[in-house]
Design a protein around this ligand. Structure first.
Ligand SMILES: Nc1ncnc2c1ncn2[C@@H]1O[C@H](COP(=O)(O)OP(=O)(O)OP(=O)(O)O)[C@@H](O)[C@H]1O
Ligand SMILES: [Mg+2]
Length: 952
């Protein structure tokens, strides 16, 4: 906090002390690296100097503070210029040199005296400037002999001239010596005579991510992505403005419910900087500037037309140009900073703003959206004509794919509508657009408002169905389901069976999440009945819905033909699935097929869906589909692919703001991390997934999270703790309705944990349940784990028979992780029975699989067992593990290994080619590889990127 603590007068209105203090420096990696490098060099005895130039609030002081925070081992000296002390000679230098009192002895008397005079320690005539400069240099060098020195001089544009001269004198002569000087100045200081050794750093706005964080921490509201985008653009990433502007907005504006003001208001501190310059302009110039600020287009002829509406001309803007607020080019007028527009707007009275908007609207021809917007901003009361114009503009924006624009425009249209039918319709429209842009919370509120006013039955129906969808996405599955069933009932009563069937199909989807299997079955059966004779799209959904819910209920025999019929429609009848709900159907369908061990069928569905979503750059549709790809890869033992797909699902789910979409892949990722023994990662995923669960009724997320924790602990041999977690996964009443054994991977885990803890009776109870499910559904995986579980509870020849049966069953379907776990159990049992030699074969097989999967805790156990059986197990394979790669590195590696060029991989992964190359370098380094061929060999047989290469 160096410069902040300097004696800056309170009345300095541009001081930023009042602004929320920075908690942590965000972004600025490049600048930090640069500063770090300078400090490192100083520790090696080199010197360096830097001037940071940037507009008010851009973060110069923050960077100087950062430098200070990194220089705990150095002598830190600082000064800060102020307007009040600008005329006081050597004021800043005194601040810099005062702490160096103890080194004064190193100076020759003339310099000593000159400094004493300069720093006003002794009365006398003004000292020679040269003597002060040399004295300053001498003192700094003496200090640097003991320790490296950091000097930070902030707000140099206000530092008194003699002080600055002394500092620059030293800077010029400091090639070595271990001294770092960093200056900070606003652009007006850029013209100072900076000597050559001083490097220049032009500081511009923050990166998008950091900007978003500043906004988020400066308001308790939760701004939508669109609002964040607008704030980012409107402030050019200026951190001060980003922190201040949200305070000028209402919570509704921040959360996207009300449109943002245009232009954005400047913050109090920021506005002050320009306000005085604006105030000094002649009235005509201020009026013209207001029209220019509001008009949003900068082409001179258009501007001239708008100005003419109020009797002004472009020439009236010249004083603003002289004042440094705007710049004329041959064809355009440019504001020198986006926030100048804001300050101009702020400085105007509301009536003046309305007049300007009206003037602009009057000059616009042909651009419906602009005209409607400016007219609406000139409105003081509801105006149905303007509302209609806005509605038309919103529809136009929608048809061009500009959903986010149309949310605001419809909302504004609703605001300006007099109460009645049109307003309800417009609110519903805004809700639809919000849903299309994944702003589910906003969508729920808008649709609820619309429903409260709507009287038309058709509109009510449509709004209800949409509201249900948004609610489900927000984590309110039960409520969404009920709304859909009610709406379907209304449709059926009016004879619209096929539409009812679609809603009822849709109504089953939340039931998978909240485990209301009974309710899902009722909806699914009804959907199936009513879809009789309907179009393929409706039939596809009904078949999928009923088939899936039946399979969850354990009724495989009825389910499978329905699901396969749905697959047939998908492949041969061109069902359109590329909307938010459609992809969910295909993914559900694939998921159920995976449960039923129809891996190839599932693969055939997922491939085109993921590829098409990628090709259409529709990442919002991908998270769930990627999660299912990940599940498939996990079960079939292609864990790098699972890791890459699931991570991409999580990231895209979060980035696209599809609220309910990331916990699912996240809980799958937790299970993978658990199996590989990546404890921290597993716990993190579980924590995030559970925190989402807290606000939802997605019981599946809770179950899966505890299941993952249980597997982690079981692998680590922490049996009792594992039991606690697994019991939470298994003993939830909702979950009991699910009778598909594949959805119970934690049940065999719990049985194993009980068996290891000697709690046989409890193990047997769970085993009985698993057996019942397995007999009902009949799955190879389930039969194998049932046999293994029974073996764990059996003795003698019976145990051996059961282990052998389990392994036979495993051989009929390749699920490597499960098979290796059976081999491990069998090997342990053989060893404990004293059959050392026999134990080695299954243990070696288990170890090889665990090593390949990088299931490290399990591999360790296999190694320990092998040792106990009297052999030295093979070492872990050489080279880095693929789990050392970051998710993005894994994705890039797999894409390239599958034969894609860097460029193709970049396109598919929504990255830049440079980023791909960067990740690839890291992959080679981490895995100890040298070529693409080696990379391909390392990932041989792996899936590649979901949507590009077949999953085996
Ligand atoms: N990278 C950053 N991360 C987080 N907050 C930041 C960052 N940069 C600046 N800020 C915050 O923004 C505000 C303005 O930054 P700062 O005071 O550094 O601006 P400045 O460029 O020195 O402005 P001025 O020229 O008016 O002195 C401060 O509250 C600061 O903490
Ligand atoms: Mg500053």
């Amino acid at each position: 906090m160096l410069a902040r603590t300097m004696n800056r007068p309170v009345q300095d209105i541009t001081a930023l002390d009042l602004v929320t203090p920075s908690r942590a420096l965000l972004g600025r990696d490049e600048q930090r690296t640069r500063i770090d490098g300078m400090l490192r060099a100083a520790r090696r005895g080199e010197s360096a100097a830097l001037v940071i130039i940037g507009e008010p609030g851009i973060g110069k002081t923050a960077l100087l503070d950062y430098a200070v925070s990194q220089a705990a081992d150095m002598i830190v000296l600082s000064a800060c210029g102020t307007q009040a002390e600008q005329a006081l000679p050597f004021a800043a230098l005194a601040d810099v040199l005062r702490p160096l009192e103890e080194f004064r002895g190193a100076l020759v008397p003339a310099q000593h005296e000159a400094l004493a005079l300069a720093l006003a320690e002794e009365p006398g005539p003004p000292p020679s400037q040269l003597a002060v400069c040399v004295g300053t240099l001498g003192l700094l060098a003496a200090a640097a002999d003991r320790k490296p020195v950091l000097i930070c001089a902030d707000d140099v544009h206000w530092i008194d001239a003699p002080s600055l001269e002394a500092l620059l004198f030293s800077a010029r002569r400091l090639a070595a010596g271990g001294i770092v000087m960093i200056f900070g100045t606003r652009p007006e200081g850029a013209e100072l005579p900076w000597p050559a050794p001083i490097q220049r750093l032009d500081l511009t706005g923050l990166d998008r991510e950091s900007a978003y964080q500043i906004v988020q921490r400066s308001t308790s509201a939760v701004p939508t992505e669109l609002v964040l985008d607008r704030l980012f653009a409107g402030t050019s990433g200026n951190p001060l403005a980003l922190a201040e502007v949200p305070g000028q907005l209402t919570p509704r504006q921040l959360t996207g419910l009300d449109p943002l003001p245009e232009p954005l208001p400047a913050g109090p501190t920021f506005g002050t900087v320009f306000r005085s310059r604006i105030a000094a302009l002649p009235q005509r110039s201020r009026d013209a500037l207001l029209v220019a600020a509001i008009s949003g287009h900068d082409e001179l002829p258009l501007l001239a037309e708008a100005l003419a509406q109020v009797g002004l001309a472009n020439a009236d803007l010249e004083p603003a140009e002289t004042a440094g607020l705007v710049t004329f080019t041959a064809t355009r007028l440019m504001f020198n900073h986006p926030l100048i527009r804001a300050a101009v707007y702020d400085a105007a009275l509301p009536a003046q703003r309305r007049e300007a908007h009206r003037a602009i609207a009057g000059s616009v021809t042909g651009d419906l959206a602009r005209k409607a917007y400016h007219l609406s901003e000139a409105c003081l009361a509801p105006d149905d004509d303007v509302a209609l114009l806005l509605e038309q503009a919103a529809a136009q924006a929608h048809s061009r794919g500009g959903y986010s624009a149309s949310v605001h425009t419809y909302m504004r249209s609703a605001q300006l509508s007099t109460p009645g039918g049109a307003r309800a319709k417009r609110l519903v429209q805004a809700g639809i657009q919000a849903q299309l842009t994944c702003q589910m919370d906003a969508s729920v509120r808008l649709l609820e408002q619309g429903l409260a006013e709507a009287t038309d039955p058709q509109l009510r129906l449509e709004a209800t169905a949409l509201l249900a969808t948004s609610m489900i996405w927000c984590g309110r599955a039960g409520r969404g389901h009920r709304l859909l069933v009610e709406a379907a009932e209304a449709l059926r009563r009016s004879g619209n069976d096929h539409a009812a069937a679609r809603l009822l199909s849709h109504a089953t989807l939340p039931c998978f999440l909240n485990r209301e299997i009974g309710a899902g079955l009722r909806a699914g059966e009804r959907a199936y009945e009513l879809s009789e004779g309907s179009d393929v799209h409706t039939r596809f959904r009904a078949l999928t819905a009923l088939g899936c819910i039946l399979s969850y209920a354990g009724q495989t025999e009825r389910a499978l033909p329905l699901l396969l019929e749905a697959c047939g429609l998908f492949h041969h009848s061109g069902v359109d699935v590329y909307d938010t709900v459609g992809t969910a159907y295909v993914s559900m369908l694939a998921n159920c097929l995976i449960n039923m061990e129809e891996f190839a069928e599932a693969q055939k569905l997922l491939e085109p869906v993921v590829a098409t979503c990628r090709a259409r750059t529709a990442p919002a549709l991908l998270p769930y589909a990627l999660a299912i790809c990940g599940e498939l890869a996990f079960r079939t033992g292609d864990w790098p692919a699972a890791y890459a797909n699931l991570t991409e699902g999580v990231v895209l789910g979060e980035e696209t703001g599809s609220y309910g979409d990331h916990p699912y892949p996240r809980s799958a990722l937790a299970r993978l991390a658990a199996a590989q023994g990546r404890e921290q990662e597993c716990c993190e995923h579980v924590q995030v997934a559970l925190s989402f669960y807290g606000g939802s009724d997605f019981h599946t997320i809770r179950t899966r999270s505890h299941g993952a924790m249980g597997l982690l602990l079981l692998g680590q041999g922490q049996v009792e703790k594992a039991i606690t977690e697994l019991e939470q996964a298994v003993f939830s009443p909702e979950a009991r309705a699910v009778r598909e054994p594949a959805l119970w991977p934690w049940l065999p885990d719990l049985i194993e944990a009980y068996a290891r803890a000697g709690r046989r009776a409890e193990a047997q109870r769970q085993l009985d349940d698993l057996i019942e499910m397995t007999e009902l559904a009949g799955r190879s995986w389930a039969r194998a784990v049932v046999a293994r579980s029974r073996a764990l509870l059996a003795t003698g020849a019976e145990a051996e028979r059961l282990f052998t049966a389990a392994l036979d069953e495993h051989r009929s379907l390749s699920l490597p992780f499960d098979q290796a776990r059976t081999e491990l159990c069998y090997g342990e049992w053989l060893r404990r029975s004293g059959r050392m030699a026999a134990a080695r074969e299954p243990l070696r097989a288990a170890l090889a699989t665990f090593d390949r999967l990088e299931a490290n805790p399990w591999a360790n156990r296999a190694r320990t067992e092998l040792r106990a059986s009297g052999v030295n197990p093979r070492n872990r394979p050489l080279g880095g593990q693929t789990q050392d790669l970051t998710p993005q590195e894994t994705q890039v590696a797999m894409a390239v290994a599958s034969g894609m060029t860097n460029r193709a991989a970049a396109e598919a992964l929504f990255l830049s080619s440079k980023t791909v190359a960067f990740h690839l370098t890291n992959v080679y380094r981490k895995l100890g590889l040298n070529s693409r061929t080696q990379l391909a060999a390392r990932f041989a047989g792996k899936a590649g990127l979901a949507g590009h290469n077949p999953v085996p």
